[in-house]
Ligand binder design. Sequence first.
Ligand SMILES: Cc1cc2nc3c(=O)[nH]c(=O)nc-3n(C[C@H](O)[C@H](O)[C@H](O)COP(=O)(O)OP(=O)(O)OC[C@H]3O[C@@H](n4cnc5c(N)ncnc54)[C@H](O)[C@@H]3O)c2cc1C
Length: 328
Amino acid sequence: MKTVAIIGAGLCGATAAAKLVRSGHNVAVFDKGRSVGGRMSSKRTDAGYLDMGAQYFTARSETFQRQVQSWLEVGCVEVWNCNTASLADDEGRSALDSSPDQQLRYIGTPSMQAPVKAVLAGIPVLTNCRIHALQRQGPGWTLIDDSGARHTGFSSVLLTVPPAQAEQLLVNSGLPGMLTAQDSLLEPCWAVAVRTDATTSPDAIFCQHPRLRFISHQATKTGRSRCYVLHFNAEFSRDHLDQPADFWFGQAVDVLQSALGIEGVIEPVAAHRWLYASQNPALEPPGIIALPDGNLWLGGDWSYGGRVENAWLAGLDLAANVIRYGNR
Ligand SMILES: Cc1cc2nc3c(=O)[nH]c(=O)nc-3n(C[C@H](O)[C@H](O)[C@H](O)COP(=O)(O)OP(=O)(O)OC[C@H]3O[C@@H](n4cnc5c(N)ncnc54)[C@H](O)[C@@H]3O)c2cc1C
C-alpha cells in the first residue's frame, strides 16, 4: 500500500489526508506546531479560548457547504450570530457604523481547531516535528526533520505550508525555484487580544483603517474568553513587524479608546505575530504546484485565494492529484 507524507496539519493537509485514507492510502501527517489547525488557531486561557488566527469562515461553494453541514451536525462548528459593523477612518476621525448583512459565518466550537481535529480523527499526526528537507531515494521520498531524524518510505509528498516556508524547505532539499515567485503571496498580521468589561454592540467590525483590518468581540462565540481580538492590517504589521508585544498592546488600547470609545481598564492578554496570514489581493493565486514525475505536490489556501474554504478545496485537489498520478 502507498504511503503519502503530508507536511502541515492545517485544514488543507487534514483534508488531503482524510481523502487519501478514504481512497485506500496510508498517510503520515507532520506539523511543526504543538497541535493541529495551523492558522485556524485558538489559544486556550483560563477564561476560555481566544481565536488568534481565522475569526470565522464562510462557505460559498456547494461542496464546502455540504462539508460545513456535516460539521454542524456533529457539533464541531456553529453559526456565529454576530452583529457586523464597519469602522472607517477619515483623516484621523473614526466612524463606526452598523452594517448588517445576510452572510452566514461559521466558527469551530469550542475552538477554531475543532473541525480540523474532526477531519483528522484516527489519522496519525506527528506534531512538534518541523520538516527541514526532503530527499529523493529511488522512487520514494525521505523527510528529514529539524532534529536530523529521518522519516522514510513515502511514495508521494504533499507540502501544505505557506509558500515562503515551502520555498525554504525546497531550497534545503536542493529543489529551489518552485515557489520563488509566490513567496509574498501571504501577508503578515499582528493579532492582539485584550480584556475589558465594556462591550460595544457590534462584535465583528470590518475596518477601513490605517492600522486595522478586523476587530472581533469573542464573547458572542461559544467557549471563548470575553476579549476583543484586533487584527492589524498587512501594511501596518509589516512596517512594525519586529516591535515587541507591549507596542501592540499600546496600539490596541489606543484604537479601542479612540475609535470605539471604550473607557475603563483594558488589560493585555495575548499578542501573536503571523508572518504569513492572508492572501495579498494584488497577486494572482497560482493553483496547485507540482513536480508530478517526482510525486511532490504543493498547495494550500494560497493556491485559490486564501481563506479557510480555499484551504479545504486545495486539500481535496492535492489528494485527487496523488490518486490520479499514482494510478498511472
Ligand atoms: C490573522 C488571520 C486571520 C484570518 N482570518 C480569516 C477569516 O476571517 N476567514 C477565513 O476564511 N480565513 C481567515 N484566515 C485564513 C485561514 O486561517 C487560512 O486560509 C487557513 O487556515 C489556511 O489553511 P492551510 O491548511 O492552507 O494552511 P495553515 O493553516 O497555515 O497550515 C500549514 C501548517 O503547516 C505547518 N508547517 C509549516 N512549515 C512546516 C514545516 N517545515 N514542517 C512541518 N509543519 C510545518 C504549520 O505549523 C501549519 O500548521 C486568517 C488567517 C490569519 C492568520
